[in-house]
Ligand binder design. Structure first.
Ligand code: NOJ
Length: 611
């Protein structure tokens, strides 16, 4: 227990447990606010659980019971046996919706949203060819965790081995694996023309590298074909946080440069297989969020030599950027030689440049620093000059591995478009003891951004007000800050220019107390989510028409409630409700689904509305 308690603190900070447990976090998964000088507690596992992997040298630190792994010997089944030691993986009930496209639409709800169509946007259209999409991720929707040869990812491992730290496991979730045809029929009913999915690396390479699992590739073949058949353009993300467990155990995955080759091999296999049909690729989902968690269970099992919880996020930043650049190089080579179809590739940034709390130079600096650490650290090397922002280099010193001239060349220009998960805009106030004092002191609780991390100063506004409507209190980073979107889009497109335009690769809403609602009519009456979407659409239209922002597409998160990481199935972001207590996993349309449908029908060119 002594070991688990501090880990729980890490995880609650990382994944947005209730505000009372995580008051310093301004992002549901952000652990950059963790004191980077703290070390992972309990680094000495009981000797019986010591790893037998190649990484098991005397310098390796481990956090918790690490599965044993012997290269060329340990099989996928062996790994699963260790994952399932205390808690077997569940399987979905048989469903009559497997392979079915049957769909009954209920009558539309009474009108509410037209009040939100302002006089100014009523006649405005999204540009021709606009991508109107919804987004998803393999771990969050697929289920079928062990099916057809899939290997375990860290997200199978964590919830099974540390069940007390999680709200369930992603074993079944939405059972998209068997129901995708029906789910696509439902999306089509919303007029959506683009579907963003991620590939589970361990379906393709169950052990992260080595032998390819043909059944995994065949599954995605079917999904892509079915999407295209329904006029849903597939956008494929290669990595949405589900690191193969085998790579974590063997060398610490993203903390080690060894991951670059393994990721590139995986990416190339997927490009070759799906690249005739997929024209838009994302290498990484929210790398900044991901890297801020690598020192947290379940992401880390093994620290490579020289890595500790302080520098781990930045080793990851470096390796991930190089892995991104390498995979993009591979992709462009395959396109150039005609092996796969021409398309575009990029990655999904997250967070925002916060609004300064006041006009003071210090608060403006706090906002700039936040933007550098949360967006620029990945975006500047890719879209500007191949190198990290000066603030990050200066504050982090040796903790941030430098990008060599060759790496800078590789990374610069390695995206054909700019994509941003833009859920909200926050506020930034300078650290109470001043930025200068804070940035020199790596044990300062606000280091390294040196903005005041108290939620009051990140999601609030002067005078004791909130900065926009607050979402579910458990998601304390999320506010409906529609009023700040246009400036945000101006900032992003000016700072990280891209000829391929900008996409909002995710935005969405956690309706307040949705999980506590008991009556179906209350659950599907998600007026807060409906307002959020209508407000945001309104601003997107104004940004395009009045600010000349080259916005090319938007992706709502998410098509339905799903496995929200640490919060499991309890935290709802869906346009559809899924009754997870019923083994048949019935889906129900929420109000927001209809408002999106009707509003997008109104604002899209008719040929872009999928009907
Ligand atoms: C962004 C992440 O990409 C996604 O996995 C998550 O579920 C949503 N935000 C909502 O928190």
């Amino acid at each position: 227990m002594i070991r688990l308690l501090p880990l729980a603190v890490y995880v609650s900070l990382a994944f947005g447990l209730p505000a009372s447990q995580s008051s310093a976090s301004n992002n549901s998964y952000d652990i950059s606010v963790l004191s980077p000088t703290s070390s992972i507690p309990g680094t000495t596992p009981p000797s019986t659980e010591a790893p037998t992997s190649t990484a098991a040298s005397s310098t390796v630190q481990t956090a918790g019971p690490t599965p044993s792994f012997t290269p060329n010997k340990t099989t996928v089944e062996d790994l699963w046996a260790q994952v399932e030691k205390n808690k077997p993986v569940l399987v979905a009930a048989e469903s009559n919706l497997t392979d079915s496209t049957e769909l009954k639409l209920p009558p539309a709800p009474h009108a509410f949203f037209p009040n939100y169509l302002s006089e100014r946007t009523k006649i405005l259209k999204f540009p021709k060819g606009f991508k109107y999409g919804v987004a998803s991720a393999a771990t969050q929707v697929e289920g079928a965790a062990k099916e057809d040869g899939k290997g375990p990812s860290v997200w199978d491992y964590g919830p099974h081995v540390y069940p007390d730290l999680y709200t369930g496991a992603p074993d079944v979730t939405n059972d998209f694996y068997h129901r995708y045809k029906n789910d696509f029929a439902r999306l089509k009913a919303m007029g959506v023309n683009t579907f963003s999915l991620s590939i589970a690396w361990t379906r393709i390479y169950p052990l992260g590298r080595g032998e390819v699992n043909e059944a995994g590739l065949a599954f995605y073949d079917k999904v892509i074909d079915e999407a295209i058949k329904n006029n849903l353009e597939p956008v494929v993300t290669l990595f949405h946080w589900d690191t193969p467990l085998a790579l974590s155990v063997q060398y610490g995955s993203w903390m080690s440069p060894k991951v670059i080759d393994d990721y590139n091999q995986y990416a190339e296999t997927v490009f070759r297989r799906l690249g005739d049909r997929v024209k838009m690729w994302i290498t990484f989902n929210e790398p900044r969020v991901f890297c801020s968690q690598v020192a947290v269970i379940p992401y880390t099992l093994t620290y490579p030599d020289g890595t500790n919880s302080t520098n781990a996020p930045y080793q990851c930043t470096h390796n991930l950027l190089v892995a991104h650049g390498t995979a993009v190089q591979t992709y462009r080579k395959l396109v150039k030689e005609g092996t796969i179809a021409a398309g575009q590739i990029g990655l999904k940034n997250d967070d925002n440049k916060p609004t300064p709390w006041s006009d003071s130079e210090e608060d403006k600096e706090a906002s700039d620093r936040h933007a550098d650490f949360f967006v620029g650290i990945f975006a500047k090397p890719i879209y500007v000059d191949g190198d990290y922002p000066a603030t990050c280099k200066e504050t982090l010193g040796d903790i941030l591995p430098p990008l060599t001239p060759e790496e800078q060349k590789l990374v610069k220009g390695s995206a054909d478009f700019y994509a941003q998960d833009l859920y909200r805009v926050n506020t930034a106030k300078a650290a109470p003891n001043g930025i200068e004092a804070c940035k020199k002191n790596s044990s300062d609780p606000n280091w390294p951004t040196c903005q005041d991390n108290r939620v009051e100063y990140t999601s609030g506004a002067p005078g004791g007000w909130g900065y926009g409507q607050q979402a579910d209190p458990r998601v304390n980073w999320l506010v409906n800050s529609w009023f700040a979107l246009r400036d945000q889009l101006k900032y992003l497109t000016k700072t990280f220019p891209s000829k391929g335009g900008i996409y909002i690769s995710e935005f969405g809403w956690a309706e307040a107390f949705e999980n506590q609602r008991t009556e179906l009519y209350q659950i599907v009456s998600d007026y807060g989510r409906e307002s959020y979407y209508m407000d945001y659409l309104n601003e997107f239209l104004l940004a395009i028409h009045e600010d000349s922002i080259d916005l090319r597409g938007i992706f709502a998160w998410s098509l339905y409630d799903n496995f929200e990481w640490q919060s499991g199935l309890t935290q709802k972001f869906g346009l559809q409700y899924v009754n997870f207590t019923d083994p048949a996993l019935p889906r129900y349309f929420k109000r927001s689904f209809f408002s999106m449908r009707d509003s997008m029908k109104h604002h899209l060119e008719p040929e872009d509305f999928n009907s």
